[in-house]
Design a protein around this ligand. Structure first.
Ligand code: HPA
Length: 376
């Protein structure tokens, strides 16, 4: 393996000059710089970042620990983190804590032992072990997506990057209420996550703004995943006074809710209106197209990297929380019309306070032919 000294000898310059060219630590005359790059190419030299780390105590790497990496929301976050890290000359080590507190502490410890310069972590619903570890070892860390609120009074303040959750959920609820709905069900996330709590707060705020009396039976935890949402939706539909509209609190739960609605032969928005937190690439391919809140997922990832690099540059500055706004993507699952369309029955029924599907005594409870469902 050629060394830096070989490159210096071949280019006829000092080792320090080679280092300045490769690390861009000082300007070097163009013809000298070119001589160094030519020697690098000629000899097939590759820098030894491990050796450099021993000198600088920095690895120029970031550890990322987020659960549900296969969820498009987190995949896009990862893309944002990766692109921003690369832009700043950092590489990435990735772990999935599977939303399990013990696994979470373990993978974070492993990343830390690999001497990443800092961590970006989306904490689980019970992050006490994680936060204890990070605090004990003073690991520069940005918490992403899920924030630590006042309940964690033992935790030191961390930098945090997350999306707005409350106001966008309020908007979904007031939008449905504006269409006449008074019984709006919420398929909520995993208890203990800040995103879950904030979206429930937003839901309640929406009802209050619309002058609709809250009914806690209409909030059912779907545990942030599809299977949980299938059950939650079934529970909502079996209420004596079932909802005429649903809000699903994330993309995975939207899929679960849609499965149950289809299995019960209910059509969106004709039988029941639907608004979703989280947009995803194929949300406009559903029929009806899904009205959704789009989170700035890539930007969240990129912002987390920026905040972490600021922390590395100035370790003493106070911790801060950055919140990025979401976008309301208005489509038709809410019951609003495509150009020239007919007002859905659920909207008409909601205006007269009756759930349309309970009027129909023969609606199938078991799966209907897939083609007959409202989702194509
Ligand atoms: N947090 C925020 N948004 C989400 C999540 C989550 O855990 N999962 C899917 N969308």
């Amino acid at each position: 393996m050629p060394t830096m000294a070989d490159v210096a000898r071949s280019a006829g310059v000092s080792v320090a000059t080679v280092s300045h060219v490769l690390n861009e630590t000082r300007p070097v005359l163009p013809h000298t710089r070119q001589a160094v790059l030519d020697a690098v190419e000629r000899l097939g030299y590759t820098p030894n970042t491990l050796a450099r780390s021993l000198v600088t105590s920095r690895t120029r790497s970031i550890g990322l620990a987020v659960s549900a990496i296969s969820n498009p929301y987190f995949t896009e976050i990862l893309q944002g983190v990766e692109a921003a890290a690369l832009e700043h000359g950092y590489s990435l080590l990735i772990a999935d804590p599977h939303d399990d507190p013990e696994h979470e502490r373990k993978v974070v410890q492993l990343l830390h032992e690999r001497r990443v310069d800092g961590l970006i972590v989306a904490p689980s619903a019970d992050p006490r072990a994680l936060l204890g570890y990070l605090a004990r070892h003073a690991v520069p860390t940005v918490l992403l997506d899920r924030v630590i609120d006042g309940r964690m009074d033992t935790a030191p303040p961390f930098d945090q990057v997350c999306a707005e959750n409350t106001e966008p959920t309020t908007l979904l609820v007031t939008h449905l209420a504006g269409l006449g709905h008074r019984r709006i069900g919420l398929v909520a996330g995993l208890p203990g996550l800040s995103t879950t709590g904030e979206r429930i707060t937003g839901y309640r705020q929406g009802l209050a703004l619309a002058g609709v009396a809250p009914d806690d039976n209409l909030i059912v935890p779907g545990n942030s995943e599809s299977a949980g949402a299938e059950q939650a939706t079934a529970a909502l539909l079996s209420l004596a006074a079932p909802p005429t509209a649903l809000v699903t609190a994330n993309n995975a739960m939207t899929i679960g809710a849609l499965r149950t609605l289809r299995a019960q032969g209910l059509s969106v928005p004709d039988d029941i209106a639907l608004c979703c937190f989280d947009d995803f690439a194929w949300a406009d391919l559903f029929s009806p197209r899904l009205t959704a809140i789009a989170q700035p997922s890539r930007e969240l990832g990129a912002e987390a990297v920026r905040v972490l690099l600021e922390r590395l540059a100035s370790p003493g500055r106070p911790a801060r929380t950055v919140r990025l706004p979401c976008t309301f993507v208005h489509r038709t699952s809410c019951g609003c019309l495509e150009e020239g369309g007919e007002t859905p029955a659920a909207t008409r029924a909601a205006r007269s306070e009756r759930p349309r599907y309970s009027e129909n005594p023969v609606h199938p409870v078991h799966p209907v032919h897939p083609e007959k469902g409202s989702l194509s």
